[in-house]
Design a protein around this ligand. Structure first.
Ligand code: ZN
Ligand code: ZN
Length: 132
């Protein structure tokens, strides 16, 4: 089981499944949402995601109409995103995970939108836009 929380600890969750892949996204929306060069996310099964505490702290922001970016309104930690047309999947922000896990399947997306000041130096697959 995977456990995680936001920075202030108000929001806590469990994921009763495995982290099966890691997507690092360099698009301008993710960069702004994280305040960083990229976001590391994993698609997870919504049915196996359980909010343990902090439901009252959760807010969402939509940079595009069909996709909610969900965060803690107290500390600002991004928690997951969810698309209206894919309710069975959330995309968990892996920086909030506390459980130690390993995942070999990782890749870079929207590399074409990458910040000029950051260089990718590993040999993982890279996609100019979404993973194909
Ligand atoms: Zn918080
Ligand atoms: Zn992105």
């Amino acid at each position: 089981m995977i456990k995680g929380s936001c920075l202030c600890g108000g929001v806590r969750y469990e994921y009763h499944g495995e982290i099966e892949e890691i997507s690092m996204c360099y698009c301008s929306q993710c960069r702004k949402a994280q305040g960083s060069a990229f976001v590391a996310v994993s698609p997870i099964d919504s049915a196996r995601f359980k909010l343990i505490s902090g439901a009252e702290l959760i807010k969402e922001f939509r940079a595009v109409p069909h996709k909610a970016r969900v965060f803690c309104s107290h500390c600002g930690s991004p928690l997951y995103s969810a698309r209206d047309d894919l309710p069975e999947i959330k995309r968990l922000r892996l920086g909030t995970v506390e459980t130690v896990f390993q995942c070999q399947k990782a890749y870079h997306t929207y590399v074409g939108s990458k910040a000029s000041w950051y260089d990718i130096t590993d040999h993982l697959p890279r996609y100019q836009e979404a993973k194909v």
